[in-house]
Design a protein around this ligand. Structure first.
Ligand SMILES: [Zn+2]
Length: 344
């Protein structure tokens, strides 16, 4: 069975843990996430982006998400649309069985021009009406992702602000966040605190000037106590994975991500419950495939290299489930969802 995001995050908020929201594009990634959730007894949030829908097609993704639910009946599973850029994209996701959608109205439909507050309110409110009518949860975004000092953020999946952003755009205003929640009725809110998408988040280990974890407490103080806060761009960019990629022919430039301790603090002081992690899994898969193809140049069966790649991604997923505290929380979430265990 697939479940809406809200009741799953409610358990996380009530028990002070976070859940990694992990992107899937194909069978291998979805299996890696579900195996990790099964092994650690964690709920699973699988995110499918517009890019994933374009890559795999809605029919295949739809079959994949229901297959995951059937094959792992004990895992509380949410399937979430990542960064819907306009209401129609969210509407079609709802029609395809997604149980949660993000309407990112912080940018215009082109995915690169920052919008204004009232545009954001209008499109998000509209999606809330469409989604809630079908029991689907909605995540909104207020503020733009990007580096707090340079004012730029990396584009990913055709989504990301272009040009130089002001600090006011880059750091979510707590009062504006509270107003946005009240006017739209969203279930979860993505906020900007200095993180950005992709493999180049920070050029040195991030301190409070570039990663404003403490700011989350100010936002938390203004929004309703039941509101779910979401951190995007929260990969940690492990050095060991980057090293393997470069050792086997890759050319990644030095970069730092969001340290796991910073995320744990965000969960503790900000009550953050959904943490988006994608790049770390991409790095794990790429490192494993690069290593395999160099070390075993006579092999050509794709299952030979996808098997270690999938295992490498599963390992990252398990580590995040443990670090964010969702490991072992399956029983509490299943209880909240009605003690189900049956197939969909
Ligand atoms: Zn994002």
């Amino acid at each position: 069975m697939l479940h809406p995001l809200t009741p799953v995050l409610d358990v996380a908020l009530g028990n002070q843990f976070g859940i990694p929201a992990l992107n899937g594009n194909n069978l291998e990634q979805v299996t890696a996430i579900m195996e990790a959730a099964r092994k650690t007894d964690s709920p699973a949030i699988i995110q499918l982006s517009r890019g994933a829908r374009k890559y795999a097609g809605d029919w295949a993704l739809r079959a994949l998400m229901f297959a995951a639910a059937d094959q792992y009946p004990e895992v509380p599973l949410v399937v979430h649309l990542d960064h819907g850029n306009e209401p129609e994209v969210c509407r079609s996701a709802v029609a395809n069985g997604f149980t949660s959608v993000m309407m990112d109205g912080s940018l215009l439909p082109d995915g690169k021009t920052p919008s204004d507050f009232w545009y954001n309110v209008a499109v998000t409110r509209h999606v809330v009406e469409i989604a809630h009518a079908k029991g689907v949860s909605v995540e909104g975004e207020i503020g733009c992702l990007g580096h707090l000092i340079t004012g730029t953020g990396e584009k990913e999946e055709e989504q990301g602000a272009e040009g130089k952003l002001t600090r006011r755009q880059l750091l979510t205003d707590p009062d504006e966040a509270a107003e946005f929640v009240k006017l739209t009725g969203v279930d979860a809110l993505a906020v900007a605190i200095g993180t950005s998408h992709g493999a180049y988040k920070f050029t040195e280990p991030p301190d409070a000037d570039v990663l404003a974890i403490e700011h989350l407490a100010k936002i938390r103080a203004k929004v309703p106590p039941t509101m779910h806060l979401v951190m995007h761009g929260s990969s940690s960019l492990p050095q060991e994975l980057r090293d393997v990629i470069n050792q086997f022919g890759g050319k990644l430039k030095p970069a730092w991500g969001v340290p796991l301790e910073a995320i744990q603090r965000a969960i503790r002081i900000g009550g953050v419950t959904k943490i988006n992690v994608d790049t770390d899994n991409r790095l794990a898969i790429t490192a494993a495939i690069r290593r395999f193809l160099v070390e075993q140049p006579d092999k050509f069966d794709l299952r030979d290299y996808w098997r270690p790649a999938r295992a490498a991604m599963q390992e990252v997923c398990e580590k995040r489930m443990v670090a964010f505290g969702s490991a072992g929380q399956g029983p509490k979430v299943r209880e909240k969802l009605g003690g189900y265990g049956q197939k969909s």
